[in-house]
Ligand binder design. Structure first.
Ligand code: 13P
Ligand code: SF4
Length: 315
């Protein structure tokens, strides 16, 4: 049975490799993807790295193994390329927490404010934005504004509140959040810290403030990975989506990574159900059928591109 499963996995991987060559495609994957998807990728990275890489690729077909806003960002940056996403239902609860019509009302109610939006947003929200940020560069981009600038930050209230605290700003925050990062249990973290007193706590800034206050390092997935690689510490409690553990373990084979569990769950780790929609079968099918494609209306794409380009030039 297991031999059969392994064989079919190997067959699928070969099919994907062959189709990728036939189509002249490149595969990008976020760190939260399933291990077998990360292993098929030409590039893996956090959302900033994926946007940067997408903007420099020579291939005509980009397969985005991530969530929809990542595919949209690639499509906006590469209007002449075909961008495929293996499952178009791979959304993002944080992006969904910011309805563009409501966001526009909020922005219009504060006409003297400049608008900073997290990359986890729809193209329509980006089009209402002055500059986009990711968790990798949010602090740097916010610091680039004059101290007295009036700023709106959306949609993640946790990232916004963290950036307010480290920059001493008082940005107006949109009340959105990610269902994965909001679910991490502070009680279970306290318990794990007692069991592993030498472990460093690595947290993504989308986590709630109570959890951030207990973290040793707060950063994007790439920043947490870099810290784990360069740290002299051998044990880490990881408060972000558990897909990142695959790359952490691959880059640091001798170190121990403990996923922080969510609240109210017997499960040991916290998965993003959207990220996990992408499977080898769907990756094969999308390369074979050249769909689903991520398309953004050209006029909207042009408006959404300006704040992304501004971010890329600032970071
Ligand atoms: P990164 O910017 O760290 O890749 O995070 C993206 C994301 O969706 C976090 O939940
Ligand atoms: Fe969106 Fe949260 Fe999933 Fe990241 S982990 S893609 S913010 S739902």
């Amino acid at each position: 049975m297991d031999v059969d499963k392994n064989q079919s996995k190997e067959t699928l991987k070969k099919e994907i490799e062959n189709l990728k060559k036939e189509r002249g495609a490149v595969i990008l994957a976020h760190y939260y993807q399933r291990p077998e998807i990360q292993e098929m990728a030409d590039f893996i990275g956090d959302s900033l790295a994926l946007a940067r890489i997408a903007s420099t690729l020579k291939e005509d077909v980009i397969v985005m193994c991530g969530v929809h806003f990542m595919g949209e960002t690639a499509a906006i940056l590469c209007p002449d390329k075909i961008v495929l996403i293996p499952d178009e239902n791979a959304g993002c609860s944080l992006a969904d927490s910011c309805d563009p019509v409501e966001f526009e009302k909020f922005v219009k109610a504060h006409p003297d404010h400049e608008v900073i939006s997290y990359v986890n947003t729809s193209a329509a929200v980006k089009a209402l934005t002055d500059v986009v940020v990711t968790s990798s560069n949010a602090r740097k981009v916010v610091d680039s504004f004059p101290r007295d600038a009036k700023l709106i930050f959306g949609p993640d209230r946790n990232l916004g509140s963290y950036i307010n605290s480290v920059t001493g700003r008082n940005m107006l925050l949109w009340n959105g959040a990610c269902h994965v990062h909001e679910q991490f249990s502070v009680e279970k973290l306290v318990e794990l810290k007692k069991q592993h007193p030498a472990a460093k706590v690595l947290a993504h800034p989308e986590c709630k403030k109570a959890l951030i206050l207990l973290a040793d390092v707060v950063g994007s997935t790439a920043a947490l990975l870099d810290y784990a690689v360069n740290s002299e510490c051998n044990e880490f409690i990881v408060a972000t989506e558990s897909g990142i553990l695959h790359e952490m373990q691959r880059k640091c084979p001798g170190k121990t990574f403990i996923p922080l569990p969510p609240n109210d769950s017997t499960c040991a780790c916290n998965d993003c159900s959207y990220m996990k929609l992408i499977t080898l079968e769907k990756l094969r099918d999308c390369l074979r059928d050249m769909k689903p494609q991520v398309k953004v209306d050209p006029e909207l794409a042009a408006k959404a591109r300006r704040p992304i380009d501004r971010m890329l030039s600032l970071s």
